[in-house]
Design a protein around this ligand. Structure first.
Ligand code: PEP
Ligand code: MN
Length: 346
């Protein structure tokens, strides 16, 4: 259940409503928005009695029953889109945001060359793993803090924001010092200790869908981060595991439209992990734009055949540039759709 307070309700009025909810024996999570306070009520058994009582309180604008188990990330909580600002760029707003870079940060030369190139063709964020979740313990595990320092150097030169993965709750403060967006990998989507820590990370989070996770589970994980204090969560579809073997994963492209219906959070498509195959990345990117994703995260490398991870799905830098040029007319249509949607909402 979600209680929306009247505009400019006082703290005493909010407290009175919370007290009434507690009298019913429920837990309260209140979130202060820019305009109004919204209260999430967890564990409601007798919803009708509670709703009726709260709606009778003069400070309450609206009390809504929510059937989904997630509340703060749902459309019922917020009708408009959540716009997340990172390194001066709005994600979820009127700009289609592209993030690009190698799977792993490997060397200064590699990351700087990549950053210069992708910045010149329109990317806004540099991706690159410094802490790498690898299926085999014998594979390259990442340069760790050294890799973060190299990314910072690339940011200083190009102005690109940094998005990089954090694998453990222990590393959150360190990675948050360097990153503009903290990436949570598919394998960690349900690492609840990590999700709770992200609530206090002070940085936006991009949460990747787990290999075998449902959309509901993805939203529940996002709910963890928001309920623990961080409303700035970006969702990412990166393909799921199915019986299909022609691609590395199966891109659930419809998930983007589903997430847009169910949630106000921005949604990013990762066509690289979704397909595992370089040639499939540009067509998937077009699909992502067309279906209304808020942006893309794409792997590219100065020399994909020498990449220490995910070379087969990485575009070369000229290929990435070409793809960005080819995407332009699609992104123009995307912008028109976004602007008319915003006009309708006003
Ligand atoms: C990555 O982005 O390089 C990565 C490991 O992605 P995922 O967690 O989606 O597998
Ligand atoms: Mn990768």
């Amino acid at each position: 259940m979600i209680i929306s307070m009247k505009l400019h309700a006082t703290k005493a009025e909010v407290d009175a409503v919370c007290e009434r909810i507690r009298e019913f024996g429920y837990k309260v999570h209140s979130i202060e928005g820019e305009e109004r306070v919204v209260i999430g009520v967890v564990g409601v058994v007798d919803v009708t009695a509670c709703l009726e009582s709260l709606e009778a309180m003069p400070q309450v604008e609206k009390a809504v029953r929510i059937s989904a188990p997630y509340k703060f990330v749902s459309r019922e909580f917020r009708h408009g889109r959540t716009v997340i600002r990172a390194n001066g760029v709005d994600i979820g707003g009127d700009e289609f945001v592209v993030m690009a870079g190698p799977c792993s940060v490997e060397s200064e030369k590699q990351i700087l060359e990549t950053a210069r190139s992708v910045a010149s063709t329109g990317a806004r964020f540099l991706r690159g793993g410094a802490f790498k979740p690898r299926t085999s313990p014998y594979d390259f595990q990442g340069l760790e803090e050294e890799g973060l320092k190299l990314m910072l150097k690339a940011k200083a030169e190009t102005g690109l924001g940094i998005i990089t993965e954090v694998m453990s709750d222990r590393d959150v403060p360190l990675v948050a010092e360097y990153a503009d967006i903290l990436q949570i990998g598919a394998r960690n989507m349900q690492n609840f200790a990590l999700l709770k820590t992200l609530g206090r990370a002070g940085r936006p989070v991009m949460l990747k869908r787990g290999l075998s996770s449902t959309i509901k589970e993805l939203l529940m994980s996002a709910e963890y981060v928001v309920a623990h204090g961080n409303p700035n969560v970006i969702l990412c579809e990166r393909g799921i595991r199915t019986f299909e073997t022609a691609t590395r994963n199966t891109c659930d492209i419809a998930a983007i439209a589903v997430l847009n219906e169910l949630s106000h959070l921005p949604v990013i498509l990762d066509p690289s992990h979704a397909t595992g195959k370089r040639s499939l990345v540009p067509p998937l990117c077009r699909a992502g734009v067309a279906i209304g994703a808020d942006g893309l995260i794409v792997e590219c490398h100065p020399c994909p055949e020498k990449a220490m991870s995910d070379g087969a799905q990485s575009l070369s830098l000229p290929q990435f540039g070409q793809m960005m040029r080819d995407l332009k007319p699609y992104i123009e249509l995307w912008k028109e759709a976004r602007v008319s949607e915003t006009a309708l909402a006003v």
